[in-house]
Structures are given as C-alpha cells and as structure tokens.
Design a protein. Sequence first.
Length: 45
Amino acid sequence: MNIRQKIQAFAARRRAIRELSALDDRTLSDLGISRSRIQAAVAGK
C-alpha cells in the first residue's frame, strides 16, 4: 500500500465515521451499532 492509497483509505474511514455519527441513535440501533462503537465498526472490529 503506497502513501496515496493510505491517505485515500484514511479519508474513506473518516467519511464513514462522519456519516454514521450524523445518524440518530434509533437508526444506529437498527444497524446494530451503538454510538460508542462507531469507530470500531468502521475499523471492522
């Protein structure tokens, strides 16, 4: 993975975190994600 790919992957993770954070708690619950676990969910943990 070169530096450009790493930057693109980082940007994609940040975008996913931002989009999930914008959802309300009910929608997150429907997706099976709690607000405190958004970063872990994006990281695949």
